[in-house]
Design a protein around this ligand. Structure first.
Ligand code: 8IG
Length: 275
């Protein structure tokens, strides 16, 4: 049991998501939203490049959401006009991580709220470690598939859901049309919050991984359950442990993210405009 209200006995997380969506509709003036974005480490400036922010809502004002736990993440969500298309993006400036111990329902609450708000697609971004030496810090990589090493799932009971093509081939093709230099990789989620040992990074490579991180896979599974189309983009902020001789630090991660923010924001804005 966790201290999240989402885990209180008898609570239906989908009902709380509908309540959250109702608050967002009221506070943003938009009865529905079209696309959701979850901004991970290094992706924080993206919202400004998508279009005008119509409303900024404190996470703590929305049922089921909590304050940001990570330095460099903002505890607000925004309703952003997508250019002058008349469509709206719901942009989450932070996420709840599995390692926070608030339970899986809290981790996927944003995605479920986005679906309840009318979104048809979600863009999941993160900062992560890279296993390929050619991916310098600041390289954006499309997630082609994932390996979930958390031993957890957002699905409860005997809910069997197919995860083939979880990360939309259509949206990956669209992203590559916009930036043909984008590589793709398999994202491996560890629980964290410690970074991996070099031996664990070797293991991730052996089982087919290209990227290591602490988020995204549980959200993607919940997004599939909710019927959302999914695009996953990782920002490689550091070589994974043992790939480079230098130890990892969170400060370096934040710096690499800040340095790449403009480029990543532009890329995402151009993708969102065409989803
Ligand atoms: I930023 O190297 C970032 N997040 N697991 N490993 C894991 N998570 C990360 C890393 C990393 N870099």
């Amino acid at each position: 049991m966790t201290d999240s209200p989402l885990d209180a006995p008898g609570t239906d997380p989908f009902e709380i998501a509908r309540e959250a969506a109702a608050v967002i509709a009221e506070r943003s003036g938009a009865p529905t939203h079209d696309i959701a974005l979850v901004l991970g480490s290094g992706w924080g400036e993206t919202a400004d490049r998508i279009g005008e922010t119509c409303a900024s809502i404190d996470n703590t004002d929305v049922p089921g959401f909590a304050k940001a736990a990570v330095v460099g993440h903002s505890g607000t969500m925004r309703s952003v006009a997508i250019g002058d298309s008349g469509r709206r993006a719901l942009v989450f400036g932070t996420r709840t991580h599995f390692y926070e111990g608030r339970g899986v329902r809290a981790v996927v609450h944003g995605v479920r709220t986005a679906a309840a708000a009318g979104c048809r697609a979600v863009v999941l971004t993160n900062g992560c470690g890279g296993l390929r030496p050619e991916w310098a810090p600041g390289t954006a990589v499309l997630i082609r598939d994932h390996i979930n090493l958390t031993a957890a799932s957002p699905l409860e009971g005997a809910t069997f859901i197919d995860l083939t093509d979880l990360y939309s081939p259509r949206l990956r093709a669209l992203a590559k049309e916009i930036d043909p230099t984008l590589d793709e990789g398999v994202y491996v989620q560890f629980r964290g919050p410690h970074y991996e040992t070099p031996a664990e990074v070797k293991f991730a490579a052996t089982i087919g991984g290209d990227l290591v991180g602490m988020s995204t896979t549980l959200e993607a599974i919940a997004a599939r359950q909710a019927g959302l189309e999914i695009l996953g983009i990782s920002l490689v902020t550091n070589p994974a442990a043992g790939i480079s001789p230098v130890p990892l630090s969170h400060e370096e991660v934040v710096e690499a993210g800040a340095a790449a923010a403009g480029r990543c924001g532009d890329l995402l804005a151009r993708i969102v405009a065409r989803i």
